[in-house]
Design a protein around this ligand. Structure first.
Ligand code: ADP
Ligand code: MG
Length: 779
């Protein structure tokens, strides 16, 4: 009776909720059939029971069996059926924003409703959600942010944490916080979902929570390694001789292991062995080295092209999924393939890409079947490894690498570089080919390399800088950061934690006693890296908001300056035209962006991008991020609604330079001039080099004693990716905390120097605004 009453109540107040799946139409019925055919459907009752009876349940199953799209829906439907629909609020986290968006889109389509009804999504700075939304897909970062403002997750009834096998930093962090929350919220249900079979690890972490495996079926997939491939495709290894210096630069990088050098030698030896044993003898040792450090550069591209031609000419129908390392090589390879007589022919090949920043229209195409006699080829990042399932894939091409951040706590250098994947990933990639019929997988590396891969990848928590994470932990007010992190599945090194705390102190987010400063509180609310957040706030306070906004958006999206393999020099020249005498990649970015806005107004944006080697897509992404950041800062009351008052000082080049310095500090290198040459040094790394696409790499001399930089990358030596020249006075005034350390005596001393060092407009501006800034930073 109780249930009937609830139902009536619900029907009265929430009539829409009862109209769940609208499957009267033929499409609706087909969709229902599809849903019922998924392996998860057979386990539905068992799953619902387990979730009803246990606070935590771990669910594992083959990718594509229906975990992400079905399980949260089962809960929603069963809650609606039992009359509790109006009270349930389900959250399902995804590691990547793009998967949260696609999945929400898919699930609402399955229910025959528009997105934003019962199903919504929320990712950083974006979302669709209505007052009737009961199932929300979001990134794990969003849930963490929500936990900051509401530690008890009031009103939430079910939390799904998806793709936990990936061991992303946010997921590992979420598990600590949720584990702590569960005793306080006895009614909350936590469901962990994982693709591979290391479910016990998570079950043990939650005191032996029950695990349920969804049995799936995949067809066998035949693995071909490089040895077989060369014969199969007739591809000549001798072309490895031509590998250029760029390829050599990007040599080995397996920092994830404790003894990287040892690993490297081990794998190199293995490759050499394999090569010398087989028919490759007659190639030079250079060719062998190149092969050992193979990556999808121009040489790798030719091999991929050869394999794709082989598939298109000789193999049965079926889509091809190519795993690449990142957006850059995907777009380079796409350009190369477009120029190919067979692969570039749209009547025979449908060439698509799948990566974090693809357009929504393209997202849909990936899942659709191409017309008969057209072969679908999808160039993807490792996103297609587990979060996105393309059903008609029969062939997989695996380059064996993925971009991952590695972090070496000892020299405190984060790197985002392609490195070899794990055996688990390679298997996962291979499995993608066997969804509808037996498949083929082409691994572009020798078998012995595969055998030397680590079994699993190291969790992200152990291989990234913890700056942002520690700031969030601080604002959660859970006490000592190190102690808190020691409760993780695998705790990070104490040195890594200390580095992060030191960093937060240096930028003024934490005070000497490790308490959050006022600035730190603002920074923990901004959805950006703390140092970029600081740059934004400084830009707002010093009234040069627009250029700073462009720089921060650019640094958090990616570099819009393209560097095509075969036109590096032209591209570099094009970029340096934006720099004039600024000695700054960041200001070049501002000019390029502003030029693009002008060109857009005149309708010549396409030509402008083409001429200047700029990516229109990236500029567009920067443009929309700009708007969102600007909205958030207005919302926080840090900038005025009136744009002109935020930009009174935007034309002041040295001020903008100073703000860049305030944000990027302590990322700083000294410029050492010798008779004819110039070199650069940082405190941590000693000698460093400039990335070839940096404008500063093109000057013979740089009239600044310092460079501040946003990112350094370690490939044998350390490279600075982007940099801006700054003077002594800027560094003294704007580097560092501008608060605690500069109080009292220190500040007085600096004020004394101002007249000496600075051009007067900057000094005046600094003094005027110092008070305002101090208000913000100090409690
Ligand atoms: P899992 O989370 O277990 O990997 P999913 O729930 O993501 O599986 O997917 C279940 C099935 O639904 C898959 O077979 C997949 O092909 C299909 N599917 C998922 N998203 C889409 C989509 N956007 N369009 C078409 N089919 C999809
Ligand atoms: Mg999934």
């Amino acid at each position: 009776r109780m249930r009937n009453m609830q139902r009536a109540w619900q029907a009265w107040f929430f009539p829409d909720l009862l109209l769940f799946p609208k499957f009267e139409s033929p499409e609706g019925r087909k969709m229902m059939e599809f849903r019922k055919s998924l392996p998860a459907f057979k386990e539905k009752q068992r799953l619902l029971q387990a979730i009803a009876r246990n606070q935590v349940v771990v669910i594992s199953g083959e990718t594509g069996c229906g975990k992400t799209t079905q399980l949260p829906q089962y809960i929603l439907e069963s809650e609606i059926e039992s009359g509790r629909g109006a009270f349930c609020s389900i959250i399902c986290t995804q590691p990547r924003r793009i998967s949260a968006m696609t999945v929400a889109d898919r699930v609402s389509a399955e229910r025959g409703e528009p997105l934003g009804d019962a199903i919504g999504y929320k990712v950083r700075l974006e979302g669709v959600k209505g007052k009737n939304t009961h199932l929300l897909f979001c990134t794990s970062g969003i849930l963490l942010r929500r936990l900051l403002s509401d530690r008890n997750l009031t009103g939430i009834t079910h939390v799904f944490v998806d793709e936990i096998h990936e061991r992303g930093m946010n997921e590992d962090f979420l598990l600590i916080v949720l584990k702590d929350l569960l005793p306080r919220r006895r009614d909350l249900r936590l469901i962990l979902m994982s693709a591979t079979l290391n479910a016990e690890l998570f079950s043990n972490y939650f005191g032996g929570a029950p695990t349920i495996h969804i049995p799936g079926f995949t067809y066998p997939v035949k693995a071909h390694f490089l040895e077989d491939l060369l014969e199969m495709t007739g591809y000549k290894l001798s072309s490895f001789n031509q590998i250029d210096d760029y390829g050599q630069d990007k040599l080995w990088k397996t920092q994830r292991q404790l003894a990287p050098r040892k690993r490297k030698n081990q794998i190199t030896t293995l490759v050499e062995d394999a090569l010398s044993k087989s028919s490759f003898d007659n190639y030079s040792s250079r060719a062998r080295d190149s092969l050992a450090c193979w990556m999808p550069d121009s040489m790798g591209f030719n091999l991929i092209e050869a394999v794709l031609c082989h598939i298109c000419r000789k193999e049965r129908p079926g889509a091809v999924l190519v795993f690449m390392t990142g957006w850059e090589d995907i777009s380079c390879l796409r350009d190369q393939l477009k120029a190919h007589p067979l692969l570039g022919d749209p009547n025979r090949v449908l060439l698509l890409t799948c990566h974090g920043s693809m357009a929504t229209s393209e997202q849909k195409l990936i899942f659709e079947r191409p017309p008969p006699n057209v072969r679908k080829i999808v160039l993807a990042t490792n996103m297609a490894e587990a979060s996105i399932t393309i059903n008609d894939v029969v062939f997989v091409v695996d380059c064996g690498k993925a971009k991952e951040t590695t972090y070496d706590a000892l020299n405190n250098t984060p790197c985002l570089l392609p490195s070899w994947i794990s055996q688990a990933s390679a298997k996962q990639r291979r499995g993608r080919a066997g969804r509808v019929q037996p498949g083929e997988c082409y691994h572009l590396y020798p078998k012995c390399v595969y055998e030397a891969f680590p079994e699993y990848q190291l969790p992200e928590l152990l291989r990234t800088p913890l700056n942002s994470l520690c700031l969030q932990i601080k604002s959660l007010q859970v006490g000592n950061i190190g102690e808190f992190l020691s409760a993780a599945l695998q705790a990070p090194e104490p040195l890594a934690v200390q580095n992060a705390i030191d960093f937060l102190k240096v930028i003024g987010a934490l005070d000497d006693k490790e308490n959050l400063t006022n600035l730190g509180e603002y920074l923990s609310m901004l959805p950006v890296d703390p140092k970029l957040g600081k740059m934004l706030i400084m830009g707002a306070i010093f009234q040069c908001f627009d250029p700073v906004l462009t720089i921060v958006s650019g640094l958090s999206v990616r570099d819009p300056f393209l560097l095509p393999q075969d036109k590096k020099d032209l591209a570099g020249t094009a970029k340096s035209r934006f720099s004039a005498k600024d000695y700054s990649d960041h200001m070049a970015l501002v000019r390029a962006y502003e030029g693009w806005k002008d060109a857009e107004r005149e309708g010549s944006a396409y030509e402008y991008c083409w001429r200047n080697f700029l990516s229109a897509q990236t500029l567009q992404a920067i443009h929309s991020l700009r708007k969102q950041f600007s909205f958030i800062l207005k919302d926080a009351g840090l900038v005025d609604a009136d744009a002109s008052s935020n930009n009174k000082l935007s034309h002041n080049q040295s001020l903008v330079r100073a703000i860049i310095c305030s944000g990027l500090y302590p990322g700083i290198a000294s410029v050492v001039h010798r008779e004819t040459s110039m070199s650069f040094k940082t405190m941590d790394d000693g000698q460093v080099l400039l990335y070839m696409n940096s404008v500063n790499a093109r000057y013979e001399t740089i009239p600044y004693p310092w460079l501040v930089f946003g990112e350094k990358v370690k490939v044998n030596t350390v490279f600075l990716r982007d940099s801006t020249g700054v003077s002594d006075s800027i560094l003294m005034l704007f580097g560092g905390t501008l608060s605690a350390g500069m109080q009292s005596g220190h500040l007085k001393m600096l004020e004394g120097y101002i007249d000496f060092f600075m051009d007067s407009s900057l000094a005046e501006c600094y003094l005027n605004l110092k008070k305002e800034l101090d208000k913000l930073i100090r409690k």
